[in-house]
Design a protein around this ligand. Structure first.
Ligand code: HEC
Length: 457
């Protein structure tokens, strides 16, 4: 032990300089790590996999373990793979679950139950590259995010997802951004390779049968803290995705393990990595958001490019720069005009908010994008660009195989096989109203997997 201690004890700067001089003479320089130019990758020879996505209704972790999951509860509890019994059933499951049934009390009219996602993967020495395409069920591009409206006296949320009360009961428009979710994990997360996303979906989540009481969530020291960090006044506290391993009593949302235990799980890699590309909240600055799921779904450490637009209901912080875009705020009619920008991008089209420029009925995005401020683990997916053409999205993204942030990202190794879960939200769908895949394996380089990331040279 002493010997190692000696080796690693700091050397005076002069000796380091001499030593590295000697090393440079005897050690040949390592070959530079190859990284492709993400914009010029030729995707045409790279195989296309087409995971089957379906509407899952309220088929949460808890329901899957009840007798209602006929002849499968014990097997599911024992960790058996969904696909062992449901292979090839995605389309029929989706068609059953998307209309009113025991797992869907609140169906969305005319929603489709099934979707094919196209996935291509490649890697080099440094990065994993992913290319996705899918047909959207929306009438057009869903690239408008949450909005705030000035009613002449105060600001209030305006527009929401299709199953939101404001849309169903208060006549607000269904406006919600289109998104693609990619969940990444491996056997370090118990039962994730077998049951994928369903390990993170619980009956206490929003829109689920036992949705947690908002006041109780708001008072919970761990769960509410993540909301408080945003610094915005919130009334609707929700429980977000979490893993059973993070709970001390069964899977109860409130029974969060203590900090030391959570830190140990994180160190073991017993969390999920979650990347979300969002047509409104990330795509305008060409990136994707980087989350992780353990005790809750939260943004990775560091600084995200996505920020609330001030304290929102207390008044926005930014508005559009009229000199650049021709207006200070949007109107309802502007939303249908593709030529009008819908996103506040700091450094490009914003000025500080000035109430004297605002009229009754004006709209402003509830978020701002500040790409120059993005740093650390939250900014790991530094390239994610999507285009919408003829009803179809195509998104290309990259992420370092090893981001250098093992506390909230999965470290991917060449030759390794990982489990991915995919989700698509479209047509103003929110929360659980998405299409999801059963777990799919992805190998970095050749390997036994559903999707192989081709090695670029
Ligand atoms: C041991 C086999 C088995 C396993 C493992 C299994 N299931 Fe099932 N599942 C079934 C059977 C059998 C049914 C009942 C089919 C029916 O009612 O027609 C069912 C029904 C369902 C339903 C309800 C469909 C309906 O008709 O209402 C859903 C949703 C579902 N399973 C999802 C899953 C998911 C997700 C997993 C993995 C986490 C899973 N199942 C694991 C066998 C299994």
């Amino acid at each position: 032990m002493n010997r190692y201690k000696y080796l690693f004890s700091p050397l005076p700067t002069a000796s380091v300089a001499i030593l590295s001089g000697i090393l440079a003479m005897i050690v040949p320089p390592a070959a530079p790590l190859f990284a492709a130019d993400v914009e010029s990758i030729d995707w045409s020879p790279i195989p296309v996999s087409k995971p089957r996505l379906f509407y899952p209704g309220q088929s949460d972790y808890q329901w899957l373990r009840t007798a209602e999951h006929k002849k499968a509860a014990e097997e599911t509890k024992a960790g058996e793979a969904c696909l062992r019994c449901h292979k090839g059933e995605q389309k029929s499951l989706g068609e059953i679950l998307v209309v009113e049934n025991r797992l869907e009390p609140d169906p969305i009219a005319d929603k489709s139950g099934y979707k094919r996602l196209s996935v291509q993967a490649a890697h080099d020495d440094q990065y994993l590259y992913l290319r996705f395409s899918w047909g959207s069920d929306g009438a057009g591009q869903g690239n408008v995010g949450n909005l705030m409206r000035f009613d002449g006296a105060k600001w209030a949320w305006w527009g929401n997802h299709r199953q939101h009360q404001a849309v169903l009961d208060d006549g607000q428009p269904a406006i919600y951004p289109d998104r693609l979710g990619i969940m990444i994990g491996d056997a370090k997360v118990p039962v994730y390779p077998e049951q994928g996303c369903w390990m993170s979906c619980h009956n206490s989540l929003p829109g689920m049968p036992e949705q947690a009481d908002e006041d109780e969530v708001g008072e919970h020291p761990v769960i509410s803290q993540l909301y408080r960090q945003l610094g915005i006044p919130i009334t609707n506290y929700l429980v977000r995705k979490y893993l059973p391993g993070s709970r001390s009593e069964g899977t109860d949302w409130a029974a969060v393990k203590n900090e030391d235990k959570l830190a140990a799980l994180r160190k073991q890699g017993a969390f999920l990595d979650l990347i979300i590309w969002d047509a409104s909240l990330t795509n305008p600055v060409g990136v994707a958001a980087d989350f992780n799921v353990l005790e809750i779904k939260k943004v990775d450490e560091g600084t995200s490019p996505l920020w609330p637009n001030g304290k929102m209901r207390e008044g926005p912080k930014y508005m559009f720069d009229k000199g650049k875009v021709g207006f200070s705020a949007l109107t309802e009619a502007d939303l249908a005009d593709p030529a009008k920008p819908k996103h506040l991008i700091v450094g490009q089209n914003t000025v500080p908010f000035d109430a004297s420029k605002i009229k009754k009925g004006d709209l402003l995005p509830a978020h701002v994008l500040d790409i120059a401020a993005a740093k650390g683990s939250a900014a790991d997916v530094d390239y994610a660009k999507g285009v919408f053409e003829n009803g179809k999205y195509t998104v290309v993204m990259r992420r370092k195989l090893d981001t250098g942030h093992p506390q909230d990202d999965k470290v991917l190794k060449v030759g390794g096989v990982y489990t991915f879960g995919f989700s698509v939200h479209d047509d103003a769908a929110g929360k659980r109203a998405h299409h999801v895949s059963f777990p799919a394996t992805v190998s970095i380089g050749p390997g036994k997997a559903d999707i192989q990331a081709v090695t670029l040279k």
